[in-house]
Write a new protein. Structure first.
Length: 438
């Protein structure tokens, strides 16, 4: 919400309050809504990230989660649930719907829940909060997109309100009430906005705490990302790695591009290998982003990392062998092949990754693995064949070897006990044709 004014803030407050199922009447309500908004915003980001990683629709994940919150019932038995009315609570049971099949893997709701089982309790809790707080029937793709836009607006609105409360040394609920009653001091708001602008201009590049979370306003994070240089990495490796990894998960194209550009600049630092492994893993997980332009940006940053240190090559090789996502496995194998072709260097773990890709059930991954192994073999010239000595290569010796093999073959034949015919009489070893005798 750049360029905020009283009118814009009041309009945002009206839109947010009108979309809530509960009334905001006191300080506890304001704090509860602000906290719930933050959880809903993170939930939408987690769902979108999971959808990209699993290569399925966002609505597929939400519908799978709905089967666990106790709302998916028979159509004739649909009813309201507390603050959620019937027309927004009704959710048809899609637990047995098959999303699609990848080779022998059936991707249905059970498969989706299994993939997100580590964060399942948090996702279910946030989904229930979203459905109970906001007047949106969260089920199909349009509903989820509407909820995502609402969460973006709400989290930016409460971020501004929090900044105002800090600048004016008042509570969040006081700012909310003053804005609702149109008693917020315009001069105070203008002074606060000016002071915030000066703080952003004077903020040191080392203040990476702005990048440690996705809750920081979009503009502030983008500004810090664009200012990161390789010199900032020294003595702050862990903080820098956490900050960049957090921004690589952002769904905004501008933030993801800025994070990839920051990774390229950091890769020239002498201490880069200390965080390269974590950063490369973060890049690999974004290789399946649906936007082709963004995917190219991520792949380009990954190749810069691979070319910078052996640790990055090892991490990419590990993803080829262990990644459950076939598209990521293919991209990593292609990256290794490009690295070997360019650097003319290979390692044992790169060869192992090539064999793992060749044995994949995904044809593009097998093709990438074959190309990688062929490239590795081209780096190792074939051993020269050992020439035969003059005695071994003489016509007499060669003829004796042929006759010995023929005798062994005849002795193993089932007709070996039959009397030899005229044409099968063994040739006298001491007799040699004229051309052999020289």
């Amino acid at each position: 919400m750049e360029g905020q004014s009283i009118e814009k803030l009041m309009q945002a407050q009206c839109e947010i309050e009108a979309s809530l199922r509960t009334k905001v009447e006191d300080a506890a309500d304001v704090e509860a809504v602000a906290g719930a908004v933050g959880n809903i915003h993170l939930f939408m980001q987690d769902v979108h990230n999971a959808a990209r990683e699993l290569d399925i629709g966002v609505e597929d994940i939400v519908q799978a989660l709905l089967t666990k919150v106790g709302t998916a019932t028979d159509f004739d038995k649909q009813a309201g649930n507390g603050m959620v009315p019937m027309h927004q609570n009704k959710v048809l049971d899609r637990s047995n719907r098959v999303l699609r099949m990848d080779c022998d893997i059936v991707k249905d709701s059970k498969w989706v829940l299994k993939q997100v089982k580590e964060n399942l309790p948090q996702l279910l809790s946030s989904l229930e909060t979203l459905r109970a707080l906001v007047r949106i029937k969260v089920e199909d793709a349009c509903d989820i997109e509407m909820a995502r836009k609402w969460a973006e607006l709400a989290v930016q609105f409460f971020s501004v309100l929090k900044n105002i409360s800090i600048a004016t040394s008042t509570s969040l609920s006081h700012v909310w009430t003053a804005l609702a009653t149109n008693t917020l001091n315009i001069e105070t708001l203008d002074n606060m906005m000016n002071s915030c602008t000066e703080m952003e201009q004077d903020v040191e590049l080392g203040d990476l705490t702005l990048l440690s979370t996705l809750r920081t306003p979009f503009g502030a994070r983008l500004e810090v990302l664009n200012s990161i240089q390789s010199d900032d990495l020294e003595s702050r490796e862990t903080l820098m790695a956490d900050a960049v990894l957090a921004q690589l998960k952002d769904s905004r194209s501008q933030v993801l591009k800025a994070a990839c550009a920051a990774v390229k600049r950091l890769s020239v630092s002498p201490v880069w290998p200390s965080i390269a492994g974590n950063i490369v893993s973060g890049l690999v997980q974004r290789l399946n982003v649906s936007n082709k332009g963004l995917c190219s940006e991520v792949y380009s940053a990954l190749m810069v990392c691979v070319a910078s240190c052996v640790e990055a090559v090892s991490v990419v090789s590990g993803w080829v062998k262990k990644s459950p996502q076939l598209a990521i496995q293919t991209k990593c194998a292609e990256a290794l092949c490009e690295y070997v072709e360019t650097s003319k260097i290979t390692f044992d773990f790169v060869s192992e990754a090539g064999h793992a890709a060749v044995s994949s059930r995904y044809q593009p991954a097998r093709a990438a693995g074959k190309r990688l192994l062929d490239t590795i073999r081209s780096l190792t010239p074939p051993l020269p064949s050992t020439p035969l000595s003059p005695e071994e290569s003489s016509p007499l010796t060669l003829l004796k070897l042929r006759l010995q093999r023929r005798s062994v073959k005849q002795s193993q034949s089932p007709m070996a006990s039959a009397p030899p015919t005229l044409h099968e009489v063994p040739v006298n070893v001491g007799f040699y044709p004229l051309e052999v005798q020289g």
